[in-house]
Structure formats: C-alpha cells, structure tokens
Design a protein. Structure first.
Length: 315
C-alpha cells in the first residue's frame, strides 16, 4: 500500500475519511492537507500539509515529497455556498480536479477518488429511483461543476488510462463534524438543535424528500470503491449511491421518539429551489452489482446513533 494524500481533509467528509484511512493504513501513510489548518487536535494526529488545491505546483510538490500513490480530492465549494460565489466555485471544483487528473496522466499518481453528487441531476431528471443513466440538466453551479467533472473523469480514463473512481453522494449526515454549506445540512443541524434548544426551524418545506446517507456508510463506500479491483469499476463517470430517503417531517418524527417535546417549524429559503431540482430517491443497483455496495444505516438507526453521540459529547 502506497502513501495516500487527502486534499480538503478539514472538510465534513475529509475529516472522517482521514481518520478512517489512518486506522486502516497507519497515520504516517495518510497525508492530510487543506488550504489552512483546521482543528489543532486533528492537524496533530498525523502528517499535515497546507496545500491550496488550486496551486498545481503545491499539489505536485506534496505528492513528490511523500511519494503519494493515491489521492482523495475532497476540496469543493458545496451547493448553497457555491450559489453565492459562482466563479470561485467553478474555479475550485474544476481546476483542482484537472490538477490531479493531469498528475495521474503524467504517472505521478496511480489512483484518484473524486466525489460527485446528486446535484448532477436537475428538474428534468426522473425524481423517483433516479437511474444511473438518465437526463442530467443541473440547475446549480455545484451541479454543473460536478457533471462536468464526471465527463472529464471518464475522458481521462478512456483516453489516458487514468484510474479515477467516483460516487454521487446523497445528503450526508454526521455527528462529528458540522455542516459545510450544503442544501441537505438541515438533516445534521436538526439533531444539534433538538438537543440544545428542543426545537428547530427548517429551511426546507416539511414534505421535501431527498436521498440521504449516514456518514459511516459514506466513508465505507468511499474506501470500498477504492479497494475494489479495477476490473470491477465499470463506470468511470460516477456511481449512483443510496441508503435512505426522507422528509424533514419524517426525521422530526424519529427525533420525537427520543425527545417527545421536540418541535419543528418550516421557513423555506433559497435552498428550497435547489432541493426541488434534485431526486427524491436513487437507484444504485450498478454500485451494488459491480463492487458489492451495501448500506447499513436506515433513518431510525441513524437517529439513535446521532443522538447518542451528540448527547455524550455534550456531557
């Protein structure tokens, strides 16, 4: 096993991915990097480099310094944040990808993980059991950049033989890291507010159904697709990935089973339009067939685990 570099390691997914990869492969074999240092305890937990994902030379230098073989490119501007700064979102989300793809093309690295998202779909996409291959007309800056990225990943694999792998994350929910500016962030914040305030005001309507996944499953899927034999990875754009789907009303009902006095109100904002353009449920049969993806958490199990962890952290 060669050295692994995580770019964007201080983000919501990157933090937990770094911890899990270090558990598996040893802390000295997993290099964390981000544009700035994050939590001091996290930065001190293993090798850490300040790297701007937009600076090709910085990325190349850290890859050469540590003899990196695999790169997980987690740096991105997420959906809601990207709408406020479209030009920078496009720059970060696209050019960081070109940097690692070109380094792989030059045989400086052997394997890339790059995350896509359900944001690649749009208002014209079938909303129920959205298939792997379907209409993709994203209406957000984030979705446009992710769809473009998928095409470039497939191109670099087909033309240059780059071993790049990707999954389309649904909304991700974690107890250990705070939301990072996504449209599905309500499903993280609601647990925090339920425990601290006993109530929550949701920025989406009560019946907004979206595909979601517990972070434990997302991290496991990310590592499993990278561990799978190359011949099993038949899709080089990005795989649909799914675990569960629910509405704000449904997640509130599961919280009430643990916190009976919990209340929720609804004040949809600009993120509602983003959510309305996305699928409500996902068909991920290709991932399940090609590399044996299986989720472990449904809504009830996730709620129990979230509240247990957040409660223990508050003590």
């Amino acid at each position: 096993m060669g050295t692994i570099l995580i770019i964007g390691a201080c983000g919501q997914i990157g933090t937990e991915l770094t911890k899990k990869l270090r558990e598996l492969y040893g802390k000295d074999n997993v290099i964390a990097s981000d544009v700035r240092k994050g939590d001091p305890e996290f930065v001190a937990s293993g090798p850490f480099e300040v790297v701007n994902a937009l600076d090709f030379n910085q990325v190349e230098e850290v890859i050469e310094k540590y003899k990196v073989e695999e790169v997980y490119l987690m740096a991105a501007l997420l959906s809601a944040t990207a709408e406020k700064n479209p030009a920078f979102a496009w720059d970060l989300n696209m050019n960081s990808l070109f940097h690692v793809l070109n380094l792989a093309k030059a045989e400086k690295i052997k394997k890339i993980f790059w995350p896509s998202s359900i944001a690649v779909f749009g208002p014209t996409t079938p909303k129920q059991n959205t298939p792997q291959y379907t209409v993709m007309e994203p209406s957000t800056v984030y979705g446009i950049s992710k769809q473009s990225g998928e095409r470039w990943c497939e191109y670099y694999h087909n033309i240059y033989g780059v071993d790049v792998r990707s999954i389309r994350y649904p909304g991700l929910i974690s107890w250990s890291t705070l939301p990072g500016g996504g449209t599905t962030d309500y499903a993280v914040d609601i647990y925090h507010k339920a425990l601290s305030d006993g109530n929550y005001t949701c920025f989406l309507s009560e019946d907004t159904r979206l595909p979601m996944m517990y972070m434990d499953d997302a991290i496991r899927a990310t590592i499993e697709i990278m561990q799978a034999p190359a011949e099993n990875i038949k899709i080089r754009s990005s795989y649909n990935l799914s675990a569960m789907d629910f509405t704000p009303k449904e997640i509130a009902e599961t919280i009430k089973q643990h916190i009976p006095d919990f209340t929720i109100a609804y004040e949809p904002d600009f993120r509602q339009k983003i959510a309305d353009s996305w699928p409500q449920s996902i068909d991920d049969s290709h991932a399940r067939n090609d590399w044996n993806w299986q989720h472990q958490y449904g809504l009830d199990a996730m709620t129990t685990d979230m509240l247990e962890h957040l409660s223990s952290m508050a003590e």
